[in-house]
Design a binder for this molecule. Structure first.
Ligand code: SAM
Length: 315
């Protein structure tokens, strides 16, 4: 929206609700009434499936903003029409973020309200929202949030896995080699891990997780808050086997993986002892698979150590 149009729209919006004392402004975050929003960036969480999952405050902000910055105007348009909101939208996504940001900042600088939403859930989680937030911070502009739905947290609380400490790891790389490398970096994190994953890569990602994280408890949470919501719990190897057999599921997915198994806290000496016991009767590959299952330690790590020890023994 250019500056002139924005100013005209803004004054029309404000004048329609003027009282005898003129339009009132309050601090972001205070109880909001129509046309009382302070200029700034408002991060508004939208539903992740069920269109009723939008807070009353979020609705008010969306109704009263000058513009709603969104990833895909068709997706957000559908949600807005369900709530009879006709606030103008402006596309703000990975591919136009650099170009679109100055215009959004100008609206706020001129005293306007920009609501930022993502296609679904909490803006700035796995989308370019954080750069807009950073620019507002740099320019001393107001920012507040209307919190709400988020797929990672919804998946976590439904997984039944420990919630006291967790790490959100976002999307893993699509290539197996890079995915395995990232998983290996996460293997020692003493926390529940949360991943976003596409349905078509689910089985491959679970298989790599077994190898890199050990056979931990996990949950595949799918189509959260939607008609076909499903939570499948089991060990990583059970889940990998299920999706290898069942094929690619439909819908959107969050994978939640429990913290490292207690046995994974074995000392190097204890692990060496277990390997030495098995080395005479097994190949390094079979031994690594068996001990990964028994201890929950990553197969790759056991394999590497068993190879070293087998060479020592052979020398
Ligand atoms: N901003 C969103 C949030 O707060 O959750 C996440 C956006 S991210 C680009 C999209 C990913 O979130 C999907 O690929 C999927 O992994 C996950 N997701 C979104 N909605 C979901 C749902 N209803 N059920 C399961 N996972 C979902």
């Amino acid at each position: 929206m250019d500056q002139e149009k924005f100013s005209a729209k803004k004054s029309a919006k404000r004048s329609s609700a003027k009282t005898s004392e003129g339009p009132k402004r309050s601090k972001p975050g205070a109880g909001l009434e129509k046309n009382k929003l302070k200029a700034g960036l408002y991060l508004v969480a939208t539903p992740i499936g069920n269109l009723a999952d939008l807070s009353l405050r979020g609705l008010e902000i969306l109704q009263n903003a000058e513009v709603i910055a969104c990833e895909d105007t068709r997706v957000t348009g559908k949600m807005l029409s369900r709530h009879a909101i006709d606030t103008p939208m402006k596309a703000y996504h990975e591919h136009n973020a650099e170009r679109a940001r100055p215009g959004l900042l100008r609206i706020i600088e001129a005293g306007g309200v920009v609501a930022l939403v993502s296609d679904a859930g909490t803006p700035s989680i796995s989308d370019p929202g954080y750069r807009l937030v950073n620019d507002c911070i740099d320019q001393g502009l107001e920012i507040t949030a209307a919190p709400g739905a988020n797929a990672a947290i919804t998946g976590l609380i439904l997984s039944g896995l420990p919630t006291d400490r967790f790490l959100f790891a976002g999307f893993l790389p699509s290539k197996t080699s890079q995915r395995s490398k990232e998983l290996a970096e996460l293997a020692a994190v003493p926390a529940t891990l949360i991943f976003y994953e596409s349905a078509k890569r689910l089985a491959a990602a679970l298989t790599d997780m077994v190898a890199e994280l050990g056979d931990r408890s996990a949950a595949v949470t799918r189509e959260l808050t939607k008609l076909h919501e499903e939570i499948r719990r089991g060990t990583l190897s059970e889940l990998a086997q299920h999706y290898q057999d069942a094929g690619t599921p439909k819908g959107e997915i969050v994978i939640v993986v429990g913290p490292p198994l207690k046995k994974a806290a074995l000392t190097e000496a204890e692990l060496d002892e277990l390997i030495r016991q098995k080395l005479p009767d097994k190949s390094v590959r079979d031994l690594a698979a068996e001990l990964a299952q028994e201890t929950g330690l990553p197969k790759r790590r056991i394999y590497a150590r068993a190879l070293e020890l087998s060479q020592d023994i052979g020398e």
